[in-house]
Design a protein around this ligand. Structure first.
Ligand SMILES: Cc1ncc(C[n+]2csc(CCOP(=O)(O)OP(=O)(O)O)c2C)c(N)n1
Length: 275
């Protein structure tokens, strides 16, 4: 029997959340002492998209930005290899050289980011144009403002490429909020390029219902509102009290949610200690 979609996504999100909490601890106590980009609070975007893609049995090309831990884990990246990567080991997923920023994995077709905000949009567009393979490009709400990202959107639309752009919209460019940076919305921008687009909360069912039918059948852009728990980089928390989709979904699942959360938390803690 097919597993309930909400449950599949929750399990993925739980892996991401516990993973990031373990990283946070290690950055705080300086066991990890290079820049890390945590995705806690934002895991429902990749977890949901990965859940949809898995159901369709598609293995897309994946181009992430920084905050890529949850993308890698949601799409089935080997967790031990990512732990080793963050410990700087040679048998890490990016041979201990990519760190948190440039997570790369041939196994899941994930291409490491170079640190240049939005460059993954151009590179992903080129890869899709030449291969015609289903492609997912994750960018932040600030990366969407880069001129070369706009040029990529234009080409994607002109060539009707099987691409899904996921704008992980946490409202911030480091510390500057969207309202202080621009007066347009991602959905309006995509519409101007004749790209089907949606502006959605990180609610898995809403994302599923909106993108499932036409995914990879035409270019699409989805702006997903998320809330970051941790700072732009490193170990620290923003002061504002935020809505936490993971905790909301856990509550929704009741006892089952609690059991999964505990079980996965324990497993990941152990993996971090052993790897
Ligand atoms: C071309 C370029 N300009 C500036 C930076 C410095 N920088 C790194 S991340 C960042 C903000 C990124 O915001 P967003 O794309 O929304 O991603 P988020 O960190 O919020 O997930 C900036 C300005 C950069 N890396 N590359």
């Amino acid at each position: 029997m097919k597993k309930n979609f909400t449950l599949t996504v929750f399990e993925k999100a739980s892996v991401c959340r516990h993973f990031e909490n373990e990283v946070f601890k290690r950055v705080s106590n300086r066991e990890i002492n290079f820049p890390v980009y945590l995705s806690a609070g934002q895991e429902y975007a990749p977890a949901t998209i990965a859940g949809i893609v898995e159901r369709k049995k598609i293995k897309p090309l994946i181009f992430g930005q920084h905050r890529g831990h949850s993308i890698y884990l949601s799409f089935g990246g080997n967790i031990v290899k990512l732990i080793k990567e963050l410990k700087g080991k040679k048998d890490g997923c990016t041979y201990g050289m990519g760190g948190s920023l440039s997570i790369h994995s041939n196994e899941i077709n994930m291409f490491g980011h170079d640190g240049f905000m939005g460059s993954n949009a151009c590179i992903g567009t080129g890869a899709c144009f030449s291969s015609k393979k289903p492609t997912i490009i994750f960018i932040g709400d600030a990366a969407l403002e880069e001129d070369y990202v706009l040029a990529s959107l234009s080409w994607v639309s002109k060539k009707k490429l099987p691409i899904l752009f996921v704008v992980d919209d946490n409202n911030y460019a480091v510390l500057t909020k969207k309202d202080d940076r621009r007066d347009w919305k991602a959905k309006e921008l995509a519409k101007a390029f004749k790209i089907t687009s949606f502006d959605l909360k990180d609610d898995p069912k809403k994302i599923y219902n909106n993108i499932n039918k036409y995914l990879f059948k035409k270019p699409m852009l989805i702006n997903i509102h998320t809330n970051r728990i941790f700072w732009h980089a490193g170990a620290g928390k923003d002061k504002e009290k935020i809505f936490d989709r993971y905790l909301q979904q856990k509550k929704l699942l009741g006892k089952r949610g609690e059991i999964i959360d505990k079980k996965i938390g324990k497993k990941i803690k152990l993996l971090w200690e052993k790897s």
